[in-house]
Design a protein around this ligand. Structure first.
Ligand code: TRP
Length: 330
């Protein structure tokens, strides 16, 4: 497949995945597999940059994420699935890039400034954390990725990656790496159960691995139109989380249409809307849950070992070329 464009993306293993990851990222990754040469990486070094004081869950989370990916349709036969730390070349290339990245570029990075400001209880004013985008650049350049599927929050990192790659090219007079383009998802961030953005820290998510009962409970607790204190008051459908979810997860569009109509007229109770949503969500997630339960830890390990083997062949070749640029003996 020499003409296929290369895609690389990654997720930090900070916990199990929720349905926001599915609609925002994974459903796209699944489609990309048929069109592109895909590398999907668990960014465990990146997780360690913020979790270094408490790293005990990272390994377990990495395996859980790989299971979530496969359950959602990431296919180890089509894509290279691996964990970043299995391929030491990521750190090697990050070290090279760190030498030519001006401090100012990193200090000015909005994600870095925001995290330093917002995150409390963790000491993030470290050398490693400042270099977060440098390692991300290495992830991308190691496989010479053309496209990087990310959310808008990652755009500053992609811009830095392009700048670092450009600087490498101009210093060593060699265009070893393509400048990667972000590939943004069309779906905006999925709203959480409480109408804020779905996020681990808000506890307002539905996990891919939640049981039927848990989903029911969560859906029943969902935020709806606050002005509708009684079922006979006409309600607003637009921007209402319950209907956003119906649109995304309920395959019975006739039912959704009917519910919306009655909701607008004040002719349906929240309970019915939520009951039907819980059912639809469960039907949607059932095949994912089933597939997930069939993947053992050892099967997941086997998949990443094979994926890493394939990815590493590419990574090693890249490092040989990089070292030639640096006049290093290999
Ligand atoms: N920083 C990304 C995030 O938090 C994860 C990541 C690490 C990544 N390396 C990457 C994403 C390379 C794309 C490409 O979401």
């Amino acid at each position: 497949m020499p003409n296929k464009k290369i895609i690389l993306s990654g997720m930090r293993p900070t916990g199990k995945l929720h349905i926001g990851h599915l609609v925002g990222a994974l459903s796209n990754w699944v489609k990309f597999q048929n069109e592109y040469d895909c590398f999907f990486m668990v960014a465990d070094w990146h997780a360690l940059m913020s979790e270094y004081e408490n790293p005990s869950d990272i390994r377990k989370n990495s395996i859980e994420i790989v299971k979530d990916w496969i359950a959602c349709g990431i296919d180890p036969k089509k894509s290279k699935i691996f964990i970043q730390s299995m391929i030491p070349e990521h750190l090697e290339l990050a070290m090279v890039f760190s030498m030519l990245t001006p401090l100012g570029w990193l200090e000015r990075c909005p994600t870095y400034k925001e995290q330093l400001r917002e995150v409390s209880g963790r000491m993030l004013a470290t050398y490693g954390f400042l270099g977060y985008p440098v390692l991300q650049t290495a992830d991308i350049a190691l496989y010479n990725a053309d496209l990087v599927p990310v959310g808008v929050d990652q755009l500053p990192h992609l811009e830095l990656a392009r700048e670092i790659i450009r600087r490498f090219g101009s210093l060593y007079k060699k265009k070893l790496f393509k400048e990667p383009e972000p590939k943004l998802t069309e779906v905006p961030k999925l709203v959480g159960l409480d109408n804020r953005k779905m996020s681990k820290s808000y506890g307002n998510f539905i996990l891919l691995s939640d049981s039927m009962e848990e989903i029911k409970k969560k859906v029943y607790s969902m935020y709806t139109d606050p002005k509708r204190t009684r079922a006979d008051i006409p309600g607003t459908v637009e921007g209402n989380p319950v209907f956003i979810y119906h649109d995304l997860f309920n395959s019975n569009s006739g039912e959704v249409k009917d519910l919306k109509k009655r909701y607008r007229l004040g002719k349906v109770g929240d309970v019915e809307v939520k009951e039907k949503l819980a059912k639809a969500l469960n039907a949607f997630l059932e095949p994912i849950r089933k597939k997930r339960s069939e993947i053992s830890d050892s099967r997941a390990e086997e998949i990443i070992v094979k994926g890493a083997e394939k990815a590493r062949m590419v990574a090693k070749k890249t490092m040989i070329e990089v070292k030639k640029c640096l006049h290093q003996i290999v």
